[in-house]
Design a protein around this ligand. Structure first.
Ligand code: NDP
Length: 297
């Protein structure tokens, strides 16, 4: 049996960040513009705190301005909306990200849909979902965008390939399926009610797993030579630490697939790199400039 190519998301993300950084320099030198990303964190969710810290650090590393707003878990929806409106109006801010999940007393959809669509660098606003679904210039959600970049890099043209997306969430599964359709794949979206999931996955040249169930896709579900993008992040207790595993059983799938992303070190690093790419894209579009090639869908 052969072993699949392991797609190095960490290295790929570094190349994306380098391109973002180059473009940030150009925007500063040629247009006196510094792209700015505002991240809003409500409450003290430990995973969210780690993500927000990483986002802030990487934003500064590529030369962009970073604005962090940490609010108490008891912050009212009204106060949160007031902050979003203030950021919408701030010319130094080109991207706004409200870290999810939000506390139960806040309606996430109301908050996300209050973000100015052109600054919605997470791509979750209904206008951006609609633009993506109709094949127009959208802000594309970061995880699917990063997954698409890796697929294009691996396969070149995706036209005519059979793709299965396992998971139908608004933040990963659905936009991923839209992107693959945009690449002229024949797309199947599977979910918890799908019958014969093994058979559905076995037909696919491209498998994107975005479920949140550890190792649920074994190697014998994978078509030989298929490209496997494992979005899942599942935390397994490991002594006093946690270990991360994906939705795909990597050890068996790597024997069958043509290429596969590991967890960690696959899709995860691409997500933040694409957030930075989206912020540059947003800055360019807001100022009527052409976004950099290769950093959008
Ligand atoms: P959601 O919980 O919102 O969605 C999970 C999807 O999986 C649902 O559509 C659900 O179906 C489907 N599902 C659940 N059980 C099964 C099953 N047995 N068979 C087939 N489908 C099933 O998760 P997200 O989309 O937000 O995230 C998915 C995974 O990706 C998580 O592990 C998350 O941590 C990870 N993630 C990783 C990111 C990264 O940067 N790498 C970023 C975002 C997410 P149904 O709709 O029928 O309930």
């Amino acid at each position: 049996m052969t072993s699949a190519k392991i797609i190095d998301g960490k290295a790929f993300a570094a190349t994306i960040r380098a391109r973002v950084s180059d473009h940030v320099t150009r925007l500063r030198e040629e247009h006196d513009l510094t792209p700015g990303l505002a991240v809003v964190l409500v409450g003290e969710d430990p995973a969210s705190q780690v993500y927000v810290r990483m986002k802030g650090k990487q934003t500064l590393e590529v030369g962009m301005a970073s604005f962090e707003h940490r609010l108490d878990a008891s912050t009212s929806q009204e106060d949160l909306l007031a902050l979003v409106h203030q950021l919408n109006a701030d010319p130094k801010v080109h991207g706004i990200l409200v870290q999810l999940p939000l506390p139960d007393h806040v309606d996430s959809n109301t908050v996300i849909n209050a973000i100015a669509p052109e600054k919605d660098v997470d791509g979750f606003h209904i206008s951006n979902a609609g633009l993506l679904a109709t094949g127009q210039n959208a802000m594309v959600p970061c995880t699917p965008l990063g997954s698409l970049m890796m697929l294009r890099d691996q396969l070149g043209s995706l036209s005519g390939l059979d793709a299965v997306v396992v998971g139908r969430s608004n933040i990963v599964g659905k936009p991923m399926a839209q992107l693959l359709l945009g690449e002229s794949c024949t797309v199947t979206i599977a979910h918890s009610r799908t019958k014969n999931l093994a058979e559905v996955v076995r037909r696919a040249d491209i498998v994107v797993a975005a479920v949140g169930r550890r190792k649920m896709i074994p190697g014998d579900w994978i078509k030989p030579g298929a490209t496997v993008i494992d979005v899942g992040i599942n935390r397994i207790p490991n002594g006093d630490k946690t270990r991360l595993v994906g939705d795909v059983d990597f050890d068996s799938a790597v024997q069958v697939a043509g290429a596969i992303t590991p967890v960690p070190g696959g899709v995860g690093p691409m997500t933040i790199a694409c957030l930075l790419a989206n912020t540059v894209t947003a800055c360019c579009r807001i100022h009527g400039l052409r976004p950099p090639e290769g950093l959008t869908a």
